[in-house]
Write a protein that binds this ligand. Structure first.
Ligand code: EPS
Length: 362
C-alpha cells in the first residue's frame, strides 16, 4: 500500500529524502552467490550524478555507497541487501521561499493535497535524488542478468528538446555529457543547452533503453505483460510523461505489412515490436523509450498560489537541472534491469521445466 516498493521476486524498496541525512534501499530476492562490491556501483552512480558537466545541477554529492547487509565474503547471500548513501551537500535555505507556495508543474502541490504535510527541502521525496537508489539497485540487477544470462543493457538520449540524433553510434554515447549517439551534434547541443540555461527555462527529453540477450519467454500474458511491467517501471521515474515499446507511437501511422516482424530460419527480419509479442519476450532486443517533461524548477517567473490560495509569482532559484532527461539514461537502464531480473526469476519459478523449444529465433 505504501508504494515505495516494486517487483514480485526481485524486489526493491527505497527510502529517504533529498535533504535528509541519507537515502537508501533494500533489494530483496537477489539470488545468492553473485560477487558484489562497493566498486560495482561507482560507474553507474557517477553516470547519473549531478555536477558532471555544466548542463546539470551543480549540487556535488559524494554518492558513496555503503553495503549494510546481504553480502558476505564478497558474494550475495540471498538475504536482503541494504544499501545506504549519506547526503552531504544539502543547501536547504534555497527552499526558504517554497515553504508557503507551490512551484507550477511540480509535485509540491499534489504532495500537499495528499498528505497535508510536506518536506519542501530539495523537493523531499519527490526529488530526482531518489533515483540514486534506483540506479544502485539496478547495478545489482544488471550484474546478475549479465552473469546468469548474458543480458546487456544500454541506453542513450534520443531527443533533447527539438534535437534528434542523425546517427546512431553507440560507441559515442559515453563520450559526451548528454549520452548522445551522434558525436557530430554534440557541439550544437552544448550551445543549445548554454542558451537555454541563460534563458532560465528548461526542456524535455527522450531516453531509449535496450536489453540485448533476453531469452524468448520472459513476461506473462494479460495483466502482467513484460511491456506493461516495463511501462510501469519507466513511468515511475520522476518527470516521466510517456513510455513507448518498440516503434511505440509510430505504430499508429504504420500498416500491418510495415509493422509486423517477418520471420525466417535465420531469425526475425526486423524488430518493430521492441522484442515483445503478447507481453512475452521474443528473444530479440527489448527496446523501450521514456519521455521526460521539462524540469518545473526554473528561473522564469510563473503564476501560482500560496498555502491560503492567494495568488503569488514563483521564481525557483538554486541548483537545478535545465533538462532532467540528460541524467535519465542510467536511471532508465536501471528500471529496465530491475524489471528483467524480476521476470527472469518469475520465469524460473513457473516455466523452468518447459525446456528448449524449437525453433528459437533472435
Ligand atoms: C533537484 C534539485 C537539485 C538537484 C537534485 C534534484 O537539488 P538541490 O535543490 O537540493 O540542490 O541537485 O538532484 C540530486 C541531488 C541528485 O542526486 O539527483 C530536484 O528539484 O529534483
Amino acid at each position: 500500500m505504501s508504494s515505495n516498493s516494486f517487483g514480485k521476486l526481485f524486489t526493491v524498496t527505497t527510502f529517504g529524502e533529498s535533504h535528509g541525512p541519507a537515502i537508501g534501499c533494500v533489494v530483496d530476492g537477489c539470488p545468492p552467490g553473485l560477487p558484489l562490491d562497493v566498486e560495482d556501483f561507482s560507474r553507474d552512480l557517477e553516470r547519473r550524478a549531478t555536477g558532471r558537466s555544466r548542463h546539470t545541477s551543480q549540487r556535488r554529492e559524494a554518492d558513496q555507497i555503503e553495503i549494510l547487509s546481504g553480502v558476505y565474503q564478497g558474494k550475495t547471500t540471498g538475504t536482503p541487501i541494504g544499501l545506504l548513501i549519506r547526503n552531504t551537500d544539502q543547501r536547504s535555505k534555497d527552499y526558504g521561499n517554497l515553504l508557503e507556495t507551490f512551484r507550477p508543474g511540480h509535485a509540491d502541490y499534489t504532495y500537499w493535497q495528499k498528505y497535508g504535510i510536506r518536506d519542501p527541502r530539495g523537493g523531499g521525496r519527490s526529488s530526482a535524488r531518489e533515483t540514486t537508489m534506483r540506479v544502485a539497485a539496478g547495478v545489482i540487477a544488471k550484474k546478475w542478468l549479465a552473469h546468469r544470462y548474458g543480458v546487456q543493457i544500454r541506453g542513450c538520449l534520443t531527443q533533447l528538446g527539438p534535437n534528434r540524433p542523425s546517427a546512431m553510434d553507440w560507441s559515442a554515447v559515453e563520450a559526451n555529457p548528454f549520452f548522445w549517439p551522434d558525436p557530430e551534434q554534440v557541439p550544437a547541443l552544448e550551445a543549445y543547452m548554454d542558451a537555454l540555461r541563460k534563458s532560465g527555462d528548461s526542456v524535455g527529453a527522450k531516453v531509449t533503453v535496450m536489453a540485448d540477450g533476453v531469452p524468448a519467454g520472459w513476461g506473462a500474458p494479460i495483466y502482467d505483460k513484460l511491456s506493461s511491467q516495463i511501462a510501469s517501471a519507466l513511468m515511475s521515474i520522476n518527470a516521466a510523461k510517456a513510455v513507448e515499446i518498440g516503434d511505440g507511437i509510430e505504430a499508429a501511422s504504420q500498416l500491418g505489412t510495415q509493422h509486423r516482424d517477418e520471420m525466417s530460419p535465420s531469425g526475425f527480419n526486423s524488430n518493430h515490436a521492441g522484442g515483445i509479442l503478447g507481453g512475452i519476450s521474443t528473444g530479440q532486443p527489448v527496446i523501450a523509450q521514456v519521455t521526460l517533461k521539462p524540469t518545473s524548477s526554473i528561473l522564469v517567473p510563473g503564476a501560482s498560489v500560496d498555502l491560503h490560495g492567494a495568488p503569488v509569482e514563483v521564481v525557483t532559484k538554486g541548483r537545478h537541472d535545465p533538462c532532467v532527461g540528460i541524467r535519465a539514461t542510467p536511471i532508465a537502464e536501471a528500471m529496465l534491469a530491475l524489471v528483467l531480473a524480476d521476470q527472469a526469476l518469475l520465469q524460473r519459478a513457473q516455466c523452468a521445466d518447459v525446456g528448449d523449444i524449437q525453433p528459437r529465433l533472435a
